[in-house]
Design a protein around this ligand. Sequence first.
Ligand SMILES: [Zn+2]
Length: 279
Amino acid sequence: MIRLGDCELHVVSDGFFKLDGGAMFGIVPKVVWERSVEADAKNRIRLALSTMLIRTGRKNILVDTGIGTKHEPKFAEMYAIEHPPTVPESLRKVGLTPAEIDAVVISHLHFDHAGGATVREGGALVPAFPRATYYIQRGMWDEAQLPNARTRGSYLDEDFLPLERAGRVKLIDGDVEIEKGVTCRRTGGHVRHHQSVFVESGGRTAVYWADLIPTTAHVKPAWTMGYDLFPHEVADLKQKFLAQAAREEWVNFFEHDAKVAMAYVRDGYRVEPVERVAV
Ligand SMILES: [Zn+2]
């Protein structure tokens, strides 16, 4: 946990999963990325599912929800999902239940970010955080329901349609401050309506990048993912944002890094860990 002005920022883990290393590093050759990250026999790399809890004193805000627990064994095996911990178990460690979460921000609706938004309860799919308002970019909401051949595999209706049926969705457009000092910023890049979350308190800034910069290996601008729909935008955004992050000493939150959850990024894209992922 780190303190940022009036806010506490906690790493809330939904365990780990694996994705193809080549897909995670786009045009970077394996002989190069292998120096930073180890691949298994199927060429997959281990990734964290680290969500961020913001406690403002008034509100408990969760950013992203992990991959969740609804999956069939075949899916869990394909993605090598490692539970425990799950988000509810990790919340319990900080003394909270899912019903005490007031707001959930979903960076984008890919299943490794929105999967934990809903749970199966007696045969029905319901919001995992029953009292929370779920903040989702309107463009993301629309796009997830009209996927194309390349993006279809990333969106699962069961992750988000039950939220709408329960009346818990708040669609937002562009940059929106949802609570004092907590701002959703539409970045695009990874997908057209991807959003990152900026927390500003006590004169300091922390950013949950989500899939704009998923791991510390991705801080270098050219290290974009094969999954990125607009890799040139991702590269430009990283260059711009990380120059400011270095100057102003932002705390950077890396959702998928298996080792480092929060870090400073210094000049020359040098990563200085602030908080590690619990093993
Ligand atoms: Zn992801």
